[in-house]
Design a binder for this molecule. Structure first.
Ligand code: G3I
Length: 370
């Protein structure tokens, strides 16, 4: 069973209600209590962005809780207080934005951008060209290559144009290689039907629609120097040589304790920096195989905290690494149990919004770098 953790607000309230002759409030405060005042975004070094995904859509639609972003006030408050950037977890994907070939549904995406502006946050747009979460009308529409190209161009220009100056980074192309470093010519409709040239076109269209946005390649399992990250390295070099406006490379950083820490993460970011790119860690979480009781062990929590801190340190050590974004919180909103049954515990917050050791490790790492 895990220990009860008290938030700073609860501790303050407790201290205020304790009788003067009772136990001194200092005696019941865990050592971390006073540090709760410094949020992650406040702890970050100047110019370094600390983000979170905005939970909504996707797997949340199958759950019995209300939409987290619009329906959970504590969630919204922490999202605003703790983070200086927000990423749309699902709300800017094709299946969300495009109910029909001639329709755009911007309401949920607009709400995220408005929230970010109200709270002085950056927005990361996710994503424009992907093999997954595409609507049926697109995947099964029997469009000709010319029609598909026009559909993608219209989408990129319309979506990026709508948020010009308001979305600072776009994951233009998401997960275009498999783990062996081969282009997804089977399941990525754009690459299958139009060839890899469509990737460069997507970057060009996005840049024309918002010249101020930073345009990224984004993928998982590219934290290390490996076949997949090599494929990005080579493609990026080619595109840059052709003058394609690629500005960044980001590693999603979905880690798992059972697979070990990607020890060449910093080295990998450095080689993309050497190409002149910005880098970022965009979807950080650290999952684990949960014991029968469903609660992580103390040892797992420590190891998880260590993984989070090491990933953040790798990013902080590379000057081009501009942001570190966690893929949502708390654990009950995480995508992990839905995708990997038996695994979970991946985020930095418990379900009651008290913080985990991983949260403290991130904050201490940020403070040490500030
Ligand atoms: O579309 C089907 C629908 O036909 C079906 O009826 C329904 C039944 O469960 O599932 C629907 O698919 C869901 C999908 O979202 C679209 O709504 C999946 O179950 C659900 O697992 C999926 O979740 C999202 C996932 O992306 C999809 O790939 C998660 O919420 C979201 O956190 C996750 O985020 C991705 C990033 O975009 C890219 N990097 C990896 C990351 C984690 O998978």
């Amino acid at each position: 069973m895990r220990q009860i953790r008290l938030s700073a607000a609860v501790l303050t309230a407790l201290a205020l209600t304790l009788p003067a002759t009772g136990v001194a409030s200092a005696d019941i405060r865990p050592e971390t209590a006073h540090r709760q005042d410094t949020t992650l975004r406040d702890a970050a070094p100047s110019g370094f962005v600390i983000g979170s995904a905005v939970a909504g859509g996707g797997h949340h639609q199958d759950e019995d809780y209300p939409d987290p972003f619009t329906g959970d006030q504590t969630y919204r408050q922490l999202l605003a207080e703790q983070f200086s950037s927000v990423s749309a977890e699902n709300q800017m994907k094709w299946d969300h934005l495009r109910p029909g070939p001639d329709e755009y549904a911007f309401e949920d995406a607009d709400a995220i951008v408005e929230f970010a502006q109200a709270n002085g946050q950056d927005v990361r747009g996710h994503t424009l060209l992907w093999h997954s979460q595409n609507p049926d009308w697109l995947e099964n529409g029997n469009y000709s290559p010319e029609e598909l190209r026009a559909i993608l161009q219209d989408h990129v220009e319309t979506v990026v144009g709508r948020y010009a100056g308001q979305i600072q980074q776009w994951d233009v192309a998401n997960e275009i290689f498999d783990d062996g470093g081969n282009l997804r010519t089977g399941d990525n409709i754009w690459i299958r039907e139009l060839g890899v040239e469509i990737v460069g076109d997507a970057f060009r269209w996005a840049h024309a629609a918002d010249p101020s946005a930073e345009l990224y390649f984004n993928d998982y399992n590219v934290e290390d120097v490996n076949a997949k990250s090599n494929a990005y390295y080579e493609l990026t070099r080619e595109l840059l040589a052709e003058g394609v406006p690629v500005h960044g490379f980001s590693a999603q950083t979905h880690l798992a304790l059972q697979y070990g820490f990607p020890s060449s993460l910093q080295q990998n970011l450095e080689r993309f920096e050497a190409l002149g790119l910005a880098t970022a860690l965009t979807e950080v979480d650290v999952r684990m195989q949960l014991p029968d009781g469903g609660e992580p062990t103390e040892q797992q929590l420590e190891e998880q905290a260590d993984y989070y801190a090491r990933a953040l340190e790798a990013c902080l050590n590379v000057s081009s690494c501009e942001s570190f974004t966690v893929w949502g919180f708390p654990d009950r909103y995480s995508w992990v149990p839905n995708t990997f049954p038996g695994e979970g515990g991946a985020t930095i917050y418990w379900d009651d919004y008290t913080t985990k050791p991983a949260y403290d490790a991130l904050r201490e790492t940020l403070l040490a770098a500030s």
